[in-house]
Design a protein around this ligand. Structure first.
Ligand code: ATP
Length: 426
């Protein structure tokens, strides 16, 4: 971390160094966290712009924690390798020691990781997702003052809970013209009552499995979040009218969860009723309706519960409403284990220029602070980012956005921008 001054950052030096000054976060039996005052948080820089935005994030998060707790709490950052840097230093894209420390530390953060095309390499993101069973991808989308394409973007303040392990991503597909597709087609026609007209000889088939267990644990997580954070309007989405066995079931399972003892008195499901103090309202919305509503009336929703594919569409649309993925944080969360990450990619086209926008990763860092219960520090990050954007300073993507709106703006590099944010933390 040569570009920033920090004595609580332990870069990788031949192996992962676990410093004496830190302690690991622990999980209770019910999977809630026990967070020490000096938690060890592994960070993976990531590929492309990752090594530029990571120190920027650490600088801002360190300052916020210091200001919030006057030194009584601080993060002990420990570098773990993955992606190109890992391959270069160890010959492996995801070394075992990285998986080990992520497990031991429970909570961690990473920059973007690319997947080399055509080398038969598995995506590290999907290996991590599977290794830690990060079954919910959580994406809060809110506006902080950046250039945005809609009027009054402050109307967008919602959290998308995208199921992360189920659905068409299972990768069970039969390509048109293959023996396999022919076999599956014949089975469907002869034994399952499928009609010829829907299955002409040249069909390709993608299987869409969706499970009750996976859906319900995801829905519980989203409802708990809504209740704990005073959110009122929760929508579960799907094309239940068309895909009754999968997306229809997803919606039905969500309403079954609402009837469980934990939620029964706190989740209002009557479409005519209003939620009272300490309650949330759960409604169902067809996916295409939701996409339209998000553009027309984004203020109507606080939490959106989606299965995997719909969650992908909805979270990208929501991100676009407030200026794009460069401003949106993200957390992959399982039973206690969590990995926070930037939502954009590796941006190789600007890598090495030190002009990448660090906000997605920095706001993911703030989300991580909230997750470990350090809300005062997270709030300081949000406040400082808002102030910096109100002063119309930022990396070229931000400054150019302001200029396109006919406003003056000051262009800064990645680290300079992070320093300006840190300087606004009181
Ligand atoms: P990947 O293959 O890793 O998903 P990609 O290039 O397809 O990468 P992004 O990395 O998200 O997708 O880049 C899309 C565009 O957005 C690029 O022009 C890139 O420079 C820009 N971009 C992405 N992230 C940032 C950022 N943090 N700051 C500035 N520009 C960014």
């Amino acid at each position: 971390m040569k570009v920033i001054e920090a004595d609580n950052v332990y870069p990788w030096e031949g192996s992962i160094k676990v410093p004496q000054e830190g302690e690991f976060i622990k999980l209770r039996e019910d999977r809630t966290l026990i967070v020490p005052d000096r938690p060890i948080i592994p960070y993976i820089e990531g590929d492309g712009i990752g090594c530029e935005i990571t120190p920027a994030m650490i600088l801002v998060i360190n300052t916020a924690v210091e200001k919030a707790y006057n030194g009584s709490k601080r993060i002990v950052w420990v570098e773990a390798l993955a992606g190109d840097k890992a391959e270069e230093k160890t010959g492996e894209r995801l070394p075992q020691e990285t998986l080990d420390i992520l497990k031991e530390a429970v909570v961690s953060i990473k920059g973007p990781l690319g997947t080399p095309v055509g080398k038969g390499v598995k995506s590290i993101n999907s290996i991590l997702r599977r290794s830690f069973d990060f079954y919910s991808a959580v994406r809060p989308v809110y506006w902080m003052g950046q250039p945005a394409p809609i009027p009054d973007p402050e109307r967008v303040d919602l959290v998308v809970f995208r199921e992360n392990t189920d659905d068409v991503y299972a990768g069970v597909e039969f390509f048109p013209g293959t023996e396999e597709a022919k076999k599956v087609r014949e089975f469907l026609l002869k034994e399952m009552g499928a009609k010829e007209e829907g299955f002409p000889e040249d069909v390709g088939i993608t299987v869409k499995p969706m499970s009750e267990f996976k859906t319900k644990r995801h829905v519980r997580k989203a409802l708990r979040y809504a209740l704990e954070n005073g959110k009122k309007n929760v929508a579960v989405i799907g094309k239940g009218n068309i895909m009754k066995a999968t997306e229809g079931a997803f919606i039905n399972w969500a309403f079954e969860v609402a009837q469980e003892p934990e939620f029964r008195d706190r989740v209002v499901t009557d479409p005519e009723a209003e939620p009272g103090e300490g309650q949330v309202k759960l409604t169902k919305v067809i996916t295409d309706q939701m996409l339209m509503q998000l553009v027309l009336r984004p203020e109507a929703y606080d939490v959106i519960i989606a299965e995997n594919l719909n969650g992908d569409y909805v979270s990208d649309l929501a991100a676009a409403l407030i200026g794009g993925p460069g401003f949106v944080p993200s957390g992959n969360i399982g039973d206690g284990y969590a990995l926070f990450e930037s939502t954009h990619g590796t941006a190789w086209d600007i890598a090495g220029k030190w002009i990448a926008n660090p906000l997605s990763l920095t706001l993911s860092g703030a989300m991580m602070l909230e997750y470990i219960g350090w809300k005062e520090a997270a709030e300081k990050v949000y406040q400082a980012v808002r102030e910096a954007l109100a002063d119309r300073i930022g990396t070229p993507d931000i400054a150019n956005g302001f200029k396109k709106m006919g406003l003056q703006a000051k262009e800064l590099g990645t680290i300079e921008f992070a320093k300006e944010i840190a300087a606004r933390i009181q």
